[in-house]
Design a protein around this ligand. Structure first.
Ligand SMILES: Cc1ncc(COP(=O)(O)O)c(C=O)c1O
Length: 390
């Protein structure tokens, strides 16, 4: 029996594979998968317990509880300068950004369309395109500053281009797209009537003087954007599966339909607790930034002393490294060999660079470390890396 031709082309997640191998090596620190090893804020957990006890345990309104949609509209007006967002017309609450992305693609893209993706990329975007019948087209972010060639991007846009996926702050590079870059992308979207689908789940995890800009805050982009976010990263709640899309009324009504048929709704009591999370004041976001700045610096400084040369991230909680020298010394040929070698010999799990590119050979000298971990975990990683000091 022939099963789906599309899923036959999908590979198993490399991140999960690294986690599996790491678990076979006692004492190995998992800096592969991007989830925190510390508890979520007590007050948010309490809000979920109270919602369950208040009997909010049945289906919420398909496109999201009114409390949460109200909180989302209020928050994006305050932090993202998106004052146009109406809780009833422009928001769909989904099961995490992951469902938001596939719902956005299914709602906006037709088979035969082209979708532009910055490379390296978060691993779901390619499969989401293929599930929508679209053809992914890749534009390279060039290390170490992860800039892209404006002409190359312009040349990729054609009448077939239906969407461009923008992830800022970016996983895996830590790039925060500049205002100039975002305006350039916006101009191309308007010119070709394409949609910018932006994944902004790391918006509050940002360092130094970098600033997050939502493309949907540009007036001309309200009808040509789908903004995606979730509580996973900002509130350390990756297991709750609550996210949302923000788009024009026309696009939103299509996303509502896809979401309804895919999952019906996100967990009802957790939506109430998410609404509470979104109402936290500026102090929380400022604490989060400080916490992750310290975590970034611990790991970055430790890597800097080794042949696993880190590229300092501007946002998100990952560090990409250039390991050419290290690989030469240890006669390692591929990024997967490198990642397995680091698990077995150093006791740290990372994600091979090749898994972030469509053509594996592009990331073969890179590996990605994540640092959404408590100080004890990162200090332990630091001690392990000290053995590699040059
Ligand atoms: C860029 C990016 N988008 C989306 C996700 C998944 O988010 P969610 O938990 O909201 O589905 C991740 C998780 O690592 C990510 O890095």
């Amino acid at each position: 029996m022939e099963l789906s031709k599309i899923t036959a082309t999908f590979k198993e997640s490399v991140i999960r594979e690294m986690t599996r191998v790491a678990n076979q090596h006692p004492g190995c620190i998992n800096l592969a998968q991007g989830f925190p090893d510390f508890p979520a804020p007590e007050s948010i957990k309490q809000a979920a317990i109270e919602a369950i006890q208040a009997n909010i345990n049945q289906y919420a309104i398909t496109w999201g509880s009114e409390t949460l949609r109200t909180a989302i509209a209020k928050k994006v007006a305050k932090y993202n300068n998106m004052k146009w967002v109406d809780k009833d017309l422009n928001i769909v609450v989904c099961c995490g950004s992951t469902e938001c992305m596939i719902s956005a693609m299914k709602a906006g893209v037709n088979p035969g369309d082209e979708v532009i993706i910055f490379s390296p990329f978060y691993e779901n975007y390619g499969p989401d395109c293929l599930l929508s019948g679209a053809t992914p087209k890749y534009i390279k972010l060039n290390p170490p500053d992860w800039t892209f060639d404006f002409d190359e991007l312009e040349n990729l846009f054609t009448t077939k281009t239906k969407a461009i996926i923008l992830n800022t702050p970016n996983n895996p590079t830590g790039k925060v797209f500049s205002e100039k870059e975002i305006k350039f992308i916006a101009d191309l979207c308007i010119k070709y009537d394409a949609i910018a689908i932006t994944d902004e789940i790391y918006e509050h995890i940002i360092y130094d003087n970098n600033k997050h800009l939502s493309i949907a805050s540009l007036d001309e982009m309200q009808d040509n954007s789908i903004t995606i976010n979730s509580i996973s990263k900002t509130y350390s709640l990756t297991g709750w599966r609550v996210g949302w899309t923000i788009a024009s009324e026309k696009i939103t009504s299509e996303i509502k339909k896809v979401h309804d048929f895919l999952t019906v709704g996100a967990p009802a009591p957790l939506q109430e607790a998410a609404a509470f999370a979104l109402s936290l004041d500026y102090d929380y976001y400022s604490w989060l930034r400080d916490f992750y700045t310290k975590a970034r610096d611990t790991l970055y400084n430790a890597l800097k002393e080794t042949d696993l040369q880190p590229i300092k991230p501007q946002g998100a909680y990952y560090i990409m490294t250039n390991c050419e020298k290290y690989m030469e010394k240890h006669d390692l040929k591929t990024s997967t060999e490198l990642a397995l070698y680091l698990i077995k010999n150093i006791g740290i799990a990372t994600v091979p660079g090749s898994s972030f590119y469509a053509s594996g050979k592009d990331g073969e000298t890179q590996t990605r470390f994540c640092f959404c971990k408590k100080p004890e975990t990162l200090n332990e990683a630091k001690r392990k890396l000290e053995k590699l000091a040059i």
